[in-house]
Design a protein around this ligand. Sequence first.
Ligand code: GDP
Ligand code: IMO
Ligand code: MG
Length: 427
Amino acid sequence: MPALVLLGAQWGDEGKGKATDLLGGSVDYVVRYQGGNNAGHTVVVGDQKYALHLLPSGILSPGCTPVIGNGVVVDPSVLLSELSGLNERGVDTSKLLISGNAHIITPYNVTVDKVTERFLGKRKIGTTGRGIGPTYADKINRVGIRVQDLYDESILQQKVEAALDVKNQLLTKLYNRRVISADQVVEELLGYAEQIKPYVTDTVLVLNQALEENKVVLFEGGQGTLLDIDHGTYPFVTSSNPTAGGACTGAGVGPTKISRVIGILKAYTTRVGAGPFPTELFDEDGEALRRIGGERGVTTGRDRRCGWFDAVIARYATRVNGLTDFFLTKLDVLTGWEQIPVCVAYEIDGKRVEELPYSQTDFHHAKPVYETLPGWSEDITKAKSFSDLPKNAQNYVKALEEMSGAPISAIGVGPGRDETIEINSFL
Ligand code: GDP
Ligand code: IMO
Ligand code: MG
């Protein structure tokens, strides 16, 4: 049963970093398979807090090999500064492996991300501005730069020139920006090449050999199911596949190898950036969730939009990912509410709808249908087992499990590694 996928079941920031770190001590490899430094994964170890963007959260577990898979987009300057930041704090990062097939986020991809958003004005996506979308667009357009290109100077020069041909026309003629010099880009990228080289390898081969040897491999998703380019709330999504299938393409491992798919599910809902969000709150409850839950973006520092738990989304995540388990996080944040509303269905143009509508227009019209569950006031942060939870908290968890369609195998009651109730073992 060696391969597990751990992914976000909502719109990101569910607590994937903490969950991955928790399992990191018992797995051999932790692999990022998509996204890039748009992710912000917080890990709290004792009194130390780490914010990881590009590196897999397994980097904090000494026995674990962290891997950046082929499906990830890598900003070399971010990579090197994240590595040196961890080294300064005494974390050994020497085991890191990076796929030579991963695509590079070039400085012009970051520029294009920013100018496109500005150009979209009110219709903007609210991206993280890290160049993620334009880098994946170049990959699909077959003008992307890959990590391996850093080691062939003449190929790199040709590819950067080809990529900039069209972009410079757009930048100067449409967006009114200055021309970007191919030579300067090449020089900057070559400046990173030697420092990155020790980590670069054929990660597909390494991971498949590890699986043959019965090693345990954990795939760590960035973002979340509803931000998936195919299955999310398009166009308000990221440009990759955080859903379970993305682990196969983004790491080069066949679906037959994956035995468990764990959805990380927050006990309420948050979203960063633009796009529909049926249970969003604009009142003091939303403000309280934001304050108590510390709902501020790890990457961009933006306030997260907050709302009640949405079971329609959770059911959808179970289906499109084939979830075998949920890890419910931040239950402690709900302590103190007398009544907690949970969205069990939508009302769309006067009709009750139980499942996520495939039509974007319908989803924009969806109004939550709430059931209200009784809350609890006792501090739950010290709870170690399910039976330590107050009855109403137990009932809230059971109700969510029933509505969401997969067993809740762990519950987060605080940000720390040990602030977790384990119900079923993941390994
Ligand atoms: P990720 O992007 O999915 O890794 O999540 P983020 O790190 O962006 O946001 C989750 C936040 O919640 C972080 O600040 C975590 O330290 C924190 N967190 C994770 N699990 C829990 C939990 O069970 N309770 C509380 N109170 N905080 C948690
Ligand atoms: P983690 O891994 C929450 C959102 C952005 C924007 C949209 C597209 O920490 O859960 P992009 O820069 O990816 O092109 O932006 O996706 N987004 C996230 N929201 N958590 C994330 O990552 C996100 N990564 C991207 O806010 O709405
Ligand atoms: Mg995050």
